[in-house]
Design a protein around this ligand. Sequence first.
Ligand code: C5P
Length: 211
Amino acid sequence: MKILITAGPTREYIDPVRFISNPATGTLGFMIAKKAKKKGHDVIVIAGPCEIPPLKGIKVFSVESALEMQDRVERYFPLVDVLIMTAAVSDWRPARMYKQKIKIKRNWKLNLIANPDILKTVSRRKNRNQIIVGFALESENILENARKKLKKKRLDLIVANSISNFGNTSKKTDIFFLFSDGTTKKVFCTKARLASLLLGEIEKLVSRKQH
Ligand code: C5P
């Protein structure tokens, strides 16, 4: 399979030295990329700013903002069988980016505008054999919210977990796989195990589409 994986956070600049972002590390995306490569798949990674050493045999494109990520994803999506969107894309960006460093003010309002939903845009152009996987990190009603996102973004599979699991890679946590046919699977595992289980599920989805 040809697999496109996004990883890490995005940065939305306010001025040349300040930005809006989140603490995503890109760990899971890169774990999936490494395992997929080991299994013989072709892998491309589009990564927001994260400190992960280069991976042998894997093409990594570095981006900063959600718009840059969207541009790369749209360019590479037509060439792959699978898109796995682990990136924690910033939902908003400043309405304008100041060219000069903003001087300290006691009180000021920062105007934010919504970033495009990358998954929603690319899933409109998906062909019958392509698989799209999204992630949902939820602070409440995990299954209900994830199911809504699965539908809204027209995904084949969404991987959902609780916000309390954020960042910790070695801890085992509850993770849910929600499929577009309405089925759900619950697993209790580490991120490394999740990467293997997810690839197994994707391989099954791809072979089902091809038959
Ligand atoms: O809606 P929410 O941000 O929770 O959805 C998470 C999923 O959507 C992730 O797979 C993330 O990579 C993707 N996403 C996106 N474009 C955005 C925000 C999130 O593709 N602007």
